[in-house]
Design a protein around this ligand. Structure first.
Ligand code: KIV
Length: 266
């Protein structure tokens, strides 16, 4: 049982304290994220892009998500771990959603799941909540809908689109979601949704007024270079540091500097 629970999500919102979230996909990074005091870790299907090298998240499977979530839950002591439902693990119907979400808790030790969608997943949220599976909903830019959306574009920019997102935010709250992730929407819209809901909002590219923030770990530490969205702030350049270290290692072998007596046995 993690120290941070879904009840703390709500408590932090009520107390006006920000919720901190980050993704992680394996044991060593999950340990670091947990040690840094982050409240909750999302094992995101973004792993398809930043770990598996795929073009988008659509090919990621349930078995792969379980494999990565197990590594993360094994590592954490305090953070709440949420498993991300991959494409076609819930779009095929409510019974599939319950079965697959249940695997995150039963097999991988997660404390909840995230699902992309608004009105179309309200029944899924109700069924999961009835089954004691806490759900974080995800609206705005939903990467599993990349083909319908025509790319990774900011959502809710027109008045009707904004109105629809506000309605969907209320729908997922009424259906029982414990929190709502808002991705790539104008900050004033995120502020309005955050003010109207009693469950906390977690923003990614949704401005500073959300109840919490999340980013993809590999973006934050500079380990994913294919593209860097405008909403990302890079706090380190791990790719550069790793590259330098590995080049030095290669050069030292070639020059006979490594291994020295220090790394050798007598
Ligand atoms: O898969 C993911 O990492 C996400 C992001 C929005 C955090 O859903």
């Amino acid at each position: 049982m993690p120290n941070f629970t879904i009840h703390d999500f709500l408590k932090k919102k009520k107390e006006g304290r920000k919720i901190t979230m980050l993704t992680a996909y394996d044991y060593p990074f999950a340990r670091i994220v947990d040690e840094a005091g982050i409240d909750a870790i999302l094992v995101g299907d973004s792993l398809g892009m930043v770990v598996q090298g795929l073009e988008n998240t659509l090919p990621v499977t349930m078995d792969e998500m379980i494999y990565h979530t197990k590594m993360v839950t094994r590592a954490v002591k305090n953070a709440l771990v949420i498993g991300d439902m991959p494409f076609m693990s819930y779009q095929t119907g409510v019974p599939d959603a319950v079965k697959n979400a249940g695997r995150f808790l039963k097999e991988a030790g997660a404390s909840g799941v995230k699902m992309e969608g608004g009105a179309e997943i309200a029944d899924h949220i109700r069924a999961l909540t009835r089954s004691d599976i806490p759900v974080m909903a995800h609206i705005g830019l939903t990467p599993q809908s990349i083909h319908r959306m025509g790319g990774y574009k900011v959502q809710g920019k027109t008045e009707p689109a904004a109105k629809k997102l506000i309605e969907e935010a209320h729908m997922v709250e009424d259906a029982g979601a414990f929190s709502l992730l808002l991705e790539a929407i104008p900050m004033d819209l995120a502020k309005k949704i955050t003010g109207e809901l009693s469950i906390p909002t977690i923003g990614i590219g949704a401005g500073p007024h959300c109840d919490g923030q999340i980013l993809v770990l590999h973006d934050v530490i500079g380990l994913f270079e294919r593209f860097v969205p405008k909403f990302v702030k890079q706090y380190a350049n791990v790719k550069e540091d790793a590259l330098k270290a590995i080049i030095t290692y290669r050069e030292e072998i070639e020059k006979g500097v490594f291994p020295s007596n220090e790394q050798s046995f007598k």
